[in-house]
Design a protein around this ligand. Structure first.
Ligand code: GLC
Length: 545
């Protein structure tokens, strides 16, 4: 199958979490002018594009993934004019801009949901969402047994305008995030228009939130399993009735036609927690989306066989549909890889770490994270970085529980700590208030004192720092065209992985003993070689042969 080519097929795309990137006005919450002022950092780092998590008007029940108006900017983050300025400045710096689109659900504060609540059962207003009568004589039992991803039932019962208990509405996430009814043509038309709104403002693409959730099995059949944000479908289990239904693909084919009617290459990126790789590949068929996140890669254990298997499978699955493979190690929903890789359980992925939990080994985690990043950035395809990982930033694993904001913490009855630990505002200057995040000490989640040592200004120009390691990797990746190369395995044993790509030999040592580097000129390594010039455990090297 012919492989697609375009800026995105080899792009390194940097995820900005607007709340936590840079705060221009000192209220403790990051904003668009803050981002615009810091775009120079990203150009210097050497990424190709930024993806911004949602900045739309929102009650912030799920940090902005509860959108009340898809065509505006929340005053918390700035204004539409600020968004335009950001897009213009990014373009001037040679960076593409991808915005987040949240089509599975709106906020309960969206005008449509407000109208649905006051309208009658069976009305067109209710038909935009998934309303059902309850079961049992008084309708007090939810329409089915689905669980919300954040814990608790996926249904909430309304109080009707006359004060009587009424219908139930579906929310796969928080009750403040009612699911839209994508069988309704009005919803489809609305989102085509939202796409045009942002395309007209000059964005280069959309990251599509919960892309596998829009269509539900028509009978809303029971599914007793709990829903986890991090779990896809197990390969050997039947597909859950709320995820990865075949009907979603028609929606993305419609969207693709809209994007293709614009100049330049505008892209769609699927966030779909779906397994196996062949099911994910269906989202990136030639007339659908351009990319899908490779969560199987993110979740793979740090062992040579596991990494070999996931890389091979990922390349095969996307090659079969002519799409670029993508790679990702961290985002705003998972434990930062510098901490995740320092946990003792291999491949373990607890949903948040807090006070009293077993703590990661920070040094081991960072060492592995840097090795993993150099391995990832040497692979052909497109790679995603999450803000702060270029600083080697760990998860905040001792965040006081009373400051937690992720609805998961409350909804799970304090059993799942949730995702706040990876969302803490990032450090720019070691000695400034809020470590340079903003002009004041304010920070919507408390920053730990150890942020000082990770601050950008402590790492710039310091050879071997995580920041300089990323910068060098990104420069070499571009110079050698690694993103558009072809991978050829040299060794895939239990201890060492090595492959060739675009004139480089890449080797990662997973074993206990140091190994000799490949022959050739050493271009880059994730940590120094040992005194005998060998590659130590948990180190990746790039060699020109
Ligand atoms: C996606 C987002 C996550 C959000 C959820 C509901 O998984 O990445 O942050 O909570 O969708 O919108």
């Amino acid at each position: 199958m012919g492989v697609a080519h375009g800026w995105w097929t080899e792009a390194v795309i940097y995820q900005i979490y607007p709340r936590s990137f840079a705060d221009s006005d000192g209220d403790g919450i990051g904003d668009l002018p803050g981002i615009t002022a810091r775009l120079g950092h990203l150009a210097e780092l050497g990424v190709d594009a930024v993806w911004l998590s949602p900045f739309y008007p929102s009650p912030q029940a799920d940090a902005g993934y509860d959108v009340a108006d898809y065509r505006d900017v929340d005053p918390l983050f700035g204004s539409l004019a600020d968004a335009d300025a950001l897009i213009a400045e990014a373009r001037a710096k040679g960076l593409k801009v991808i915005v987040d689109l949240v089509p599975n659900h709106t906020s309960s504060a969206h005008r449509w949901f407000r109208a649905a609540v006051t309208a009658a059962p069976g009305s067109p207003e209710r038909a935009r969402y998934v309303f059902r009568d309850g079961l049992g004589p008084d309708g007090a039992t939810p329409p089915n047994d689905w669980q919300s991803v954040f814990g608790g039932p996926a249904w909430t019962r309304l109080v009707e305008p006359d004060g009587r208990p009424g219908q139930w509405y579906l929310h796969l996430f928080d009750p403040a995030q009612p699911d839209l009814n994508w069988d309704n043509p009005e919803i489809r038309a609305e989102f085509l228009d939202v796409l045009r709104f942002w395309l007209d403002r000059g964005v280069d693409g959309f990251r599509v939130d919960v892309a596998h959730g829009l269509i539900k099995q028509a009978d809303l059949a029971n599914w007793e399993e709990p829903q986890e944000i991090l779990s896809g479908n197990e390969v050997d289990k039947p597909r859950p009735p709320m995820w990865d239904q075949d009907g979603v693909h028609e929606i993305y084919r419609d969207w693709r036609r809209v994007l293709d009617s614009y100049d330049g290459a505008r892209i769609l990126v699927a966030e779909a927690w779906v397994e196996p790789a062949e099911r994910i590949a269906r989202y990136v068929r030639p007339d659908e989306m351009h990319q899908a996140f490779n969560f199987e890669y993110l979740l793979a254990a740090w062992t040579a066989p596991a990494q070999y298997a996931v890389i091979t499978r990922s390349l095969e699955a996307t090659d079969a549909v002519g799409a670029p493979t993508t790679w990702v190690l961290s985002n705003h929903d998972v434990i930062r890889h510098a901490s995740r890789m320092g946990l003792s359980a291999k491949g373990g992925r607890p949903n948040g770490i807090g006070i009293g939990d077993p703590q990661p080994d920070a040094a081991l985690g960072l060492r592995r994270a840097r090795a993993a990043t150099l391995l990832m950035l040497a692979l052909p395809g497109s790679a995603y970085l999450y803000q702060g990982e270029e600083l080697g930033l760990p998860e905040h694993t001792t965040l006081p529980d009373e400051s937690r904001q992720d609805p998961t913490w409350e909804r799970s009855g304090h059993t799942q700590r949730g995702r706040d630990g990876c969302r803490v505002p990032i450090p720019w200057e070691a000695d400034a208030p809020s470590y340079g995040f903003g002009p004041t000490d304010a920070s919507w989640l408390p920053q730990p004192p150890l942020w000082a040592e990770y601050a950008l200004d402590r790492q710039q120009g310091v050879s071997g720092s995580t920041y300089e390691t990323y910068r060098t990797a990104l420069r070499l990746r571009r110079e050698h065209g690694l993103g558009r190369g072809t991978l050829g395995w040299l060794s895939s044993g239990d201890e060492v992985l090595s492959f060739r790509n675009a004139g480089l030999t890449v080797l990662t040592n997973f074993g206990a003993a140091a190994v000799p580097p490949p022959a050739g000129e050493l271009l880059h390594s994730s940590a120094p070689l040992d005194a005998d010039g060998r590659v130590p455990t948990d180190v990746t090297v790039w060699v020109r042969h």
